[in-house]
Design a protein around this ligand. Structure first.
Ligand code: UD1
Ligand code: MG
Length: 457
C-alpha cells in the first residue's frame, strides 16, 4: 500500500466519565480504549501513527507504549480541525491521512481498508452511517440531483431541515495528503461553537472539484463512541457478545454466551466446553476437549487436551498438561507447570512449581517453589514451608513418594524416590528413598487424666 498516515484524536477531556482517569485509558475488554484503536491502526501498516493528546496527556503517554507512536500535544482543544493541525508537521505530502477517534474503539480494520480504497488517494472518503436518531452528530448534506456529498453541518449549526437528515458523520475519514495541508489552512472558527471544524474540509474539497465519497461500517457498533460509563458498559457487552459468537461459530460450547468475558485472546481446540461466568485474560489456549467449570478465571494459561477444570478455579501464568483434573476451588499461581494426568483438588494452591506425570494433591495443600516427580501422592493438608522469613527455598519430592496428611516440608528439603512420610510429620532434613520417615510424637494414653473443670464463683 502507498503512504498511509493515521491520526488518532484523543485530546478531549471526557468529563462525563466522572473519573480522574483520561477517557481513552478506560478499559474495554481489559485494555485501554486507545489501545484498541492503535491495534487496529497498526494492522493497516501505516507509515506513521500520530496521537493527538491534551487532557491527561502525560498519563496517556506513560500508559501506552510503542516506539512507532508519535505523540502530539494539543494544549487547548479548539476543535477537530485544530487537533489535526497540531499533527500536520508529521504528515507526508503524498498518500493518505486516516482520521480515527481514540474513544471509538471498535472500528474494524476491513471497514477502514474499504474507506482507504474508496478514497483511492484521490478523493476524500467519509465513513457515514444512517441513524434513526441522529441527534448530536454532524449531518451529511448531499446534492439533491446528483446525491454527491457537498457539506457536513454540525448539529449546533444546522437548521430544522438539516437536522432532519439521518445520514451522519462518524468522524472517521480518509483525506489525500496532497490536499490536506492547504485545506487545513483554510479552516476557520466562524461557527456556533467557535471551533475549528475538521469537517469544513468537505466544503473546501467540493469547491475545488475534489469528490467527497462515503463508505459505511459493516456493523453499527464499529462507530459507537464512549462518552460515559453507560456507553462503556454497553460497548463492553457488544464486544463480549461478538467474541462469544465467534467462539460458537468455531464450535466451542458456551453454556451461556451472555455470561463469558474475554479480556485478551482465547484460542480453543475442538469440543471445548465453557460453563457460565468464566473470565479469560491475556492469552489463553484451551486444547481439544477441555472443560472449564463455572466461575473460573484463567489468565495467560495453556491447557492441553482432555483436561477438566472444575468450578471456581483461579489459574494464572501456568501451563497445564493433558488429562489433568483441576478444582473445584483450585488456585494455580505463576510459574506452575503441571505435566499430564495431574490432579489438583479443592483448596490446593500451587505456585512456581513443576509437577510430574500422574501426581496428585487433592485437598487443602500448599505447594510452593517445588519440584514434584511422577506418581507422587500428596496428602491433605500438606504444606511446603518455602519461606524462612527472608528467602524462598525449594522442596524436591522425587518419583513415587507418598506424603501423609498434615505434613510440613521445611525447605530446602528433598524427599527421595519411593519414600513415605507418615502423617503429621514435620520434615526438616532430606529423607532416604523407599523408607518410611516420621517425626510424630509417639501416641500415649494417660490413665486417670481428667479434663479441667470450671470452678463456680
Ligand atoms: C465530531 C464531528 C461530527 C461527528 C462527531 C462524531 C467535527 C467538527 N465534528 O463532533 O461531525 O458527527 O464527531 O462523533 O469534527 N478532539 C480533539 N481535540 C479537539 C476536539 C476534539 O482531540 O480539539 C477529539 C475528541 O477527544 C474526540 C474526537 O476528537 O475523540 C471528537 O471530538 P468531539 O468533541 O466528540 O466531536 P463532536 O463535536 O461530537
Ligand atoms: Mg465537540
Amino acid at each position: 500500500m502507498s503512504t498511509l498516515n493515521v491520526i488518532i484524536l484523543a485530546a478531549g477531556m471526557g468529563k462525563r466519565m466522572q473519573s480522574s482517569q483520561p477517557k481513552v485509558l478506560h478499559a474495554l475488554a481489559g485494555i485501554p480504549l486507545l489501545s484498541h484503536v492503535i491495534r487496529t491502526a497498526r494492522s493497516l501498516f501505516p507509515k506513521k501513527i500520530c496521537i493527538v493528546i491534551g487532557h491527561g496527556g502525560e498519563k496517556i503517554k506513560q500508559a501506552i507504549a510503542g516506539d512507532d507512536l508519535i505523540w502530539v500535544m494539543q494544549e487547548q482543544q479548539l476543535g477537530t480541525g485544530h487537533a489535526v493541525m497540531q499533527a500536520q508537521p508529521h504528515l507526508d505530502t503524498v498518500g493518505l491521512t486516516l482520521i480515527l477517534y481514540g474513544d471509538v474503539p471498535l472500528v474494524n480494520a476491513d471497514t477502514l481498508k474499504n474507506l482507504i480504497n474508496i478514497s483511492s488517494q484521490e478523493h476524500c472518503a467519509l465513513l457515514t452511517a444512517t441513524m434513526e436518531d441522529p441527534s448530536g452528530y454532524g449531518r451529511i448534506l448531499r446534492n439533491s440531483d446528483t446525491n454527491t456529498i457537498v457539506r457536513i453541518i454540525e448539529q449546533k449549526d444546522a437548521n430544522d431541515e438539516q437536522s432532519r437528515i439521518c445520514e451522519i458523520n462518524t468522524g472517521i475519514m480518509a483525506i489525500p495528503n496532497r490536499h490536506l495541508h492547504s485545506w487545513l489552512s483554510k479552516i476557520d472558527n466562524q461557527n456556533a461553537q467557535k471551533e475549528y471544524y475538521l469537517t469544513d474540509i468537505v466544503e473546501i474539497a467540493v469547491d475545488q472539484g475534489i469528490a467527497v465519497k462515503s463508505g459505511q461500517p459493516a456493523d453499527f457498533w464499529e462507530i459507537m463512541g464512549v462518552n460515559d460509563k453507560s456507553q462503556l458498559a454497553e460497548l463492553e457487552r457488544i464486544y463480549q457478545k461478538e467474541k462469544a459468537r465467534t467462539l460458537l461459530n468455531r464450535g466451542t460450547t458456551l453454556m451461556d454466551p451472555a455470561r463469558i468475558d474475554i479480556r485478551g485472546e482465547l484460542i480453543c481446540g475442538s469440543d471445548v466446553s465453557i460453563d457460565i461466568n468464566c473470565i479469560f485474560e491475556g492469552i489463553v489456549n484451551l486444547g481439544d476437549g477441555v472443560n472449564v467449570g463455572a466461575h473460573s478465571v484463567l489468565k495467560n494459561v495453556t491447557v492441553a487436551a482432555g483436561t477438566s477444570i472444575a468450578p471456581y478455579s483461579y489459574i494464572e501464568d501456568a501451563q497445564i498438561g493433558q488429562s489433568c483434573k483441576i478444582g473445584p476451588f483450585s488456585r494455580i499461581r505463576p510459574g506452575t507447570v503441571l505435566l499430564n494426568d495431574v490432579h489438583i483438588g479443592n483448596f490446593v494452591e500451587v505456585k512456581n512449581s513443576h509437577i510430574g506425570i500422574g501426581s496428585k494433591a487433592n485437598h487443602l495443600t500448599y505447594i510452593g517453589d517445588s519440584d514434584v516427580g511422577e506418581r507422587v501422592n500428596i496428602g491433605a493438608g500438606t504444606i511446603t514451608c518455602n519461606y524462612d522469613g527472608a528467602n524462598k527455598h525449594r522442596t524436591v519430592i522425587e518419583n513415587d513418594v507418598f506424603i501423609g496428611s498434615d505434613t510440613q516440608l521445611i525447605a530446602p528439603v528433598r524427599v527421595s524416590k519411593g519414600a513415605t512420610i507418615g502423617a503429621g510429620s514435620t520434615i526438616t532434613r532430606d529423607t532416604p528413598q523407599d523408607t518410611l520417615t516420621l517425626s510424630r510424637v509417639k501416641q500415649v494414653s494417660i490413665a486417670g487424666w481428667k479434663r479441667p473443670i470450671k470452678t463456680k464463683k
